[in-house]
Structure formats: structure tokens, C-alpha cells
Design a protein around this ligand. Structure first.
Ligand code: IVH
Length: 651
């Protein structure tokens, strides 16, 4: 690569990035971008004097500082007057028309993020400064350079300040918070805090990792001569900045109200959070004539959206039992109107979250309602506590059936097969393919049987009669008889299927087989010590089995009596062979059915599992092996073909 090639490569990379980050319309793949990027890095390493200021390598967040220095804006960064309803708008318009009757308006969303001032000199970004007090802010240039939607160079050569809002898109915000939850870090209360916090990092690589987006909304010092704000903004977008969605021009009250109402209606569909609409006089000469009060411009106003965050009080914490038996707490709060909807409850995900946020009954809290999602508590106002707050007690029994709960920290689960809250799901699982494989028990049918009072738990399925089924809507003779036959056919099943069908937390097909082979019908009497001696069964699984048996013993024995499963014959110990006691996964198309090969291996004493993990000893693959093969290779699992497997057995 020579200098010319290098400069061309930088331009090409910038074009790719512009399409990706600014126009939201990628024109290449990550791979093509990465290959070219690495060529540029290699060239710069040996030709440091040639490094261009717009090279994408200049965005890398490798600056780590002890603190920020202050810097002055070239011209003041103003704030805006807020209005909240149509009366406010009318008052503002009357006031504004008095100053100049001959005006039109430029309306655009008010983005909820952190404001930023960018100074370009001779077409190069020289400073990025936070708003601060409007006159002096913090100099965060290295962080700002990591934001891909901020051009490092622009074609306009005169000094200019470009202002805008740095935001985090809602999906990115959720991702950041999920990652923080996983790492036991405090979550950001909202995308605004996340954006502001990410911008003010001493370590630029953290800023770089947050996918911040810059949306320009105006200019500070400049030499532009446009007569209309709309033209000026189009000029800014053409310099390589991202055009924010939905700016529109209008005249007067009606037009403004219409745009405002549409924006509120559509606000959830925006990728970023909005907290209002900004109305600006479009004629620059009128703007100049109107000027500023001590605090705000007279030519612009923020028409705020109804708040989505409100302060309320936690009245009580109730427990909900989901279809799988998972018990989750829900906060009942004092009814609060948020954006026209009365909010009375807020989700809390799990008890660990209550502990982490230290939420107590009677606490004053901030709740956030966003779109159709259930509102959540984002902050506890601890300073408002007066001693009447009561700590929330972690439950040990199911609120619906009162049976003992399985408690695994984040997961609190009712395992009772007869619990009303989870019985429909329990039956569906019981009947599914890897369990008892009973045809004709789809969710609608199970719900109908449950609602009619015919099945209160799994065992009741076997008391169904033709007469009862025919009394249900949609059940004709044939359908009813088929279901009864399918139930009858489930009798005499393998014992491992019986164990698997119970739906014990953590116990799948492989563990069911292990338990079945190891204990046979004595499985319900097994102690923890005995269970953990089984290969592949750990402490957590053993606890889960014991808790399950404790709660359901009667039903299990009853079911066993009805189903008469086959007690596993103690298999003779397999002769020594390369697969004995090994964990094996099968993938791809083989010479015989997967089930047949599985049986061969199981007879050799192998455990055949459905998924690849670090514990897998062999992956045996046939034609068209896919993701399991890739995963096995990544984990350094020995991968062999079906033919190689057979060869190993013949040696
Ligand atoms: S114009 C003269 N337009 O809102 C002040 N501001 O409450 C120029 N903001 O500090 C502001 N979106 O950080 C303007 N489309 C938009 C905006 C916007 C968000 C922020 C900005 C400003 C604050 C004022």
C-alpha cells in the first residue's frame, strides 16, 4: 500500500461508516470493513507521519485520564423554556407573534440524552465539550471521537460549533443494563443517564463500547448565511451528520398541535427516548431580532411530553405464579396517572432485585412507564423514609397452593404438579414428545379440560371418560376416542420417560435416564447422598429432585400405579470400549436413524446427550453437521465421523 492507496482506503472506510452509522443504510459487510481497516492500521504503523486526522483509527478509545479539564464554548449554550399543554403553546405563540407576526416554525423531536458541543476548525474536529453551565463545560474530545456518527473531519473549513444531543438507543440501553445486572453492577435508571454517564468516562474505551449516537440540533458560532433554519440544518446533515427523524415545517397553532400529537402517538416507535418536541422559528433574521431573555431564546420553546416517570408509594408486594411455577414479586403502588394511563402495579423481576434495590413496603419510589410494557420501579427515594417502611420477606411457600418452593436465588419455583397456577403447563410437558408422547393434548384442549374442572392434576387425565369429553365444546366422538386411546397407550412406558414427564427443574432426558437406571422404582426414596453419586448429577439437581419428591410424592406414586411403567432391567455392565462412560453427542445425517445409533452407544455404556458442552467427550457427526459441530470444534471436543466411530469399535 502506498500513500495514495492509504488515503483512498481511509476515504472508503469513512464512506462505509457514514452509510452504516449516519444513513442507517450499510453498503458493505463487517468483514470487508475489517480487512480494509487492518490494512490501514498496518500502513499507519510504519508511516506514522502520514496518519490522516479523519482515519477511523483516530477513534480508538485508548485515552485514560485522571480527570477532565474545563473548556469554554465559543458561544453560549442556552437552555429552553418548557411548555406542557395547549394553553402554554397558545401563550407562547401570542408572545412570539407580538415580536414578529411573519414567522413559520421548524419542529423536531426533543431527544432525551446529553447535550454536546463540537468545535471544528479548518474542517477538523478539535474539541468536544459537555454543556456544563452553558459557558464552560468539560473537555471530552477523546471520548467524542469514539462516537461513530460524529465526523472527524468535515468539508466546511471555517470555524463552526455544531451542537446536538448524544443519545443511547432503547435496545442498546436494555443490553447495557442486562450486562450490568449480570456483573452485579447498578443499572442505569434511563437512557439519558446512561448516555451522560458513558460520555463522561475517564477511560475512552468504555465510551467506545456504548454505541452512542449524536443527533445534531443546531449550531453555535458559525459563518453560515442561510436565511432559514431548515436550510441550515440540511447543510449540517450534508456535512456528514445523522439527520434526526421527523423534522417538519408548519404555520401556527393548529399545525404545531397536529405534529405534537402525532409525535406523542408515535413516540414508542422511535429508536431513542423523546421527552418532547422543540419548536423553533424558522426564519434566521427573525430569530436574531427576537434574541434571548437572560436564560432562554425567545425564538424557541420545548413542548414537553407528558411525563413517563412518576413518584408513587409501594402499598404492598404480591406474588405471582407463572405457568412454569416461577414465583415473581409484583409491587402494588398507589394508583398514579402516567400519560393518561392509571398505573397500579410495577414488575420487580425477582427477589434478588428487591434486595439489590432495597425496596420496602411504604417506600416512595420513581416508576417508569414506557410503551406497552409493564411499568418498573427505577429508584427508591431513600431520603424520604420515615421509619414506616417494612422489609419484604422472601416467601418459602407457594402463594397459590401453599406447597414448599424450590429456592435457587434468582429462581423461586413452585414444583407442585397439582398447583392450579401451573397445572396446565405441567400437563402439556407431561404429554410432550420426549416425555409420554401423548397426542391430542395441545394447550387449548388442556385449558378446556382444566376450565371444565375435569383435570386438577396430571392423574385426573386418566379418569377422563368419553361422556365427559363429549360434553366439551368441539369434542366429537372420533377426537375424544383418539385422546382416550393415546392416554391408554402411554401406559407401560419406559421408566425414564415417566421420570422425565414429571418436569423436575434441571432434570432432562439424560438425567432421567441416569436416575431411572440407577434407582429404578426406588427413585422416590433416594437420599441426597445417593443421588449425587450418580454420574453427571450435581448438588443443585439433587436438591431439585428432593424438593420435588417432597411436594409430589403422593401424586408420583399414584401416577406410577396408573401408568405401570416398565422398571428398567439392570443392564449388564458394558465391556470395555472407547465410548464406555463417555458423554457423546450426535449430529448430522447418519447411515441409520439417530435413535438407533443412540441405542448402540447406550448399550456400550455411553451417555448420549443432546447438546455440546465442555463435558462432551465425543461429537459424532454425519453429513450436513451444523452448529453443534462448530461449537464442539470451538470447545476442543474430539469430533469423529460415524465411520471413525465404527472403526474405533472394531480395533
Ligand atoms: S435546541 C437554544 N433541539 O434540550 C437551545 N435542543 O432543554 C438549543 N435537546 O440543552 C436547544 N433535543 O440538550 C434543541 N431537537 C432539539 C433538542 C434539544 C434535545 C436538549 C438540548 C438542550 C435541552 C434544552
Amino acid at each position: 500500500m502506498n500513500l495514495d492507496d492509504y488515503i483512498k482506503a481511509v476515504e472508503t472506510l469513512n464512506l462505509y461508516a457514514h452509510h452504516y452509522y449516519v444513513l442507517d443504510d450499510p453498503i458493505t459487510t463487517d468483514e470487508v470493513y475489517d480487512i480494509l481497516y487492518h490494512k490501514v492500521v498496518a500502513y499507519e504503523k510504519i508511516n506514522q507521519k502520514d496518519i490522516q486526522s479523519n482515519s477511523p483509527t483516530q477513534r480508538v478509545g485508548d485515552a485514560i485520564r485522571d480527570g477532565f479539564t474545563k473548556a469554554s464554548h465559543l458561544s453560549r449554550m442556552w437552555s429552553l423554556e418548557d411548555i406542557f399543554d395547549s394553553n402554554g403553546l397558545e401563550r407562547w405563540l401570542t408572545k412570539t407573534y407580538k415580536l414578529d407576526a411573519n414567522i413559520s416554525f421548524y419542529c423536531e423531536p426533543k431527544f432525551d440524552g446529553a447535550s454536546l458541543n463540537l468545535i471544528y476548525e479548518d474542517g477538523v474536529l478539535v474539541q468536544g465539550i459537555t454543556r456544563g453551565d452553558g459557558t464552560i463545560g468539560e473537555l471530552i474530545t477523546p471520548n467524542v471521537k469514539t462516537i461513530q456518527s460524529i465526523p472527524l473531519t468535515i468539508k466546511h473549513k471555517e470555524r463552526i460549533e455544531i451542537r446536538g444531543e448524544v443519545v443511547i438507543f432503547k435496545d442498546e440501553f436494555e443490553k447495557i443494563n442486562q450486562a450490568r445486572l449480570k456483573n452485579d453492577e447498578a443499572v442505569f435508571a434511563n437512557p439519558r443517564n446512561a448516555a451522560a454517564g458513558s460520555l463522561r468516562q475517564l477511560d475512552s474505551s468504555i465510551t467506545a463500547s456504548r454505541n452512542l449516537v449524536f443527533l445534531p440540533y443546531g449550531v453555535g458560532e458559525n459563518t453560515l448565511e442561510h436565511k432559514l433554519l431548515s436550510d441550515k440544518m440540511n447543510f449540517i446533515y450534508d456535512l456528514g451528520f445523522r439527520k434526526p427523524p421527523n423534522s417538519s415545517l408548519c404555520n401556527g397553532f393548529e399545525g404545531i398541535e397536529e405534529i405534537y400529537k402525532t409525535m406523542i402517538r408515535e413516540r414508542e416507535s422511535y429508536a431513542m427516548m423523546l421527552d418532547g418536541m422543540v419548536i423553533k422559528v424558522n426564519e434566521i433574521s427573525s430569530q436574531i431580532d427576537m434574541g434571548y431573555t437572560v436564560k432562554v431564546p425567545r425564538f424557541s420553546v420545548a413542548y414537553k411530553f407528558p411525563a413517563v416517570e412518576k413518584i408513587t408509594r409501594v402499598k404492598e408486594i404480591i406474588l405471582q405464579v407463572g405457568r412454569t411455577g416461577a414465583v415473581t414479586p409484583v409491587a402494588i403502588v398507589e394508583p398514579t396517572d402516567i400519560d393518561g394511563v392509571v398505573v397500579e402495579r410495577a414488575t420487580l423481576h425477582n427477589f434478588d432485585e428487591i434486595d439489590r434495590k432495597d425496596i420496602r413496603i411504604n417506600d416512595k419510589v420513581i416508576i417508569l412507564r414506557s410503551g406497552d410494557v409493564i411499568p418498573k420501579i427505577i429508584k427508591v427515594l431513600r431520603h424520604e423514609r420515615n421509619g414506616d417502611e417494612v422489609a419484604v420477606i422472601r416467601p418459602s411457600t407457594c402463594p397459590v397452593c401453599k406447597s414448599e418452593l424450590l429456592d435457587e436465588g434468582v429462581l423461586l419455583k413452585c414444583q407442585n404438579l397439582a398447583c392450579e397456577a401451573r397445572v396446565v403447563n405441567a400437563i402439556m410437558y407431561f404429554a410432550s414428545k420426549p416425555c409420554l408422547n401423548i397426542d391430542g393434548l395441545g394447550v387449548k384442549i388442556v385449558e378446556a379440560l382444566f376450565n371444565a374442572g375435569f383435570v386438577k392434576n396430571v392423574t385426573d387425565l386418566f379418569d377422563l371418560t368419553l361422556e365427559r369429553l363429549l360434553s366439551l365444546e368441539g369434542f366429537k366422538e372420533k377426537k375424544s376416542q383418539n385422546l382416550l386411546n393415546a392416554l391408554e397407550n402411554a401406559k407401560g412406558c419406559d421408566y425414564w420417560r415417566f421420570i422425565n414427564s414429571l418436569g423436575i427443574e434441571h432434570v432432562g432426558e439424560v438425567a432421567s435416564k441416569t436416575l431411572s437406571d440407577h434407582f429404578g422404582f426406588a427413585f422416590v426414596e433416594a437420599t441426597k447422598e445417593q443421588i449425587i453419586t450418580c454420574d453427571g448429577i450435581g448438588e443443585e439437581m439433587a436438591e431439585s429432585v428432593l424438593e420435588f419428591v417432597r411436594v409430589n410424592k403422593e401424586i408420583i406414586l399414584n401416577l406410577q400405579n396408573i401408568l405401570q411403567p416398565l422398571e428398567p432391567v439392570k443392564k449388564e455392565e458394558a465391556k470395555e470400549n472407547p465410548f464406555k462412560s463417555k458423554t457423546v453427542v450426535l449430529t448430522g445425517t447418519m447411515s441409520a436413524s439417530r435413535g438407533a445409533i443412540k441405542e448402540v452407544l447406550e448399550n456400550l455404556g455411553a451417555k448420549v446427550s443432546g447438546s455440546v458442552s465442555k463435558k462432551t467427550d465425543f461429537l459424532i457427526y454425519g453429513e450436513d453437521a451444523g452448529s453443534k459441530y462448530d461449537k464442539a470444534m470451538k470447545l476442543n471436543v474430539t469430533c469423529i465421523t460415524e465411520e471413525e466411530m465404527r472403526e474405533m469399535l472394531h480395533d
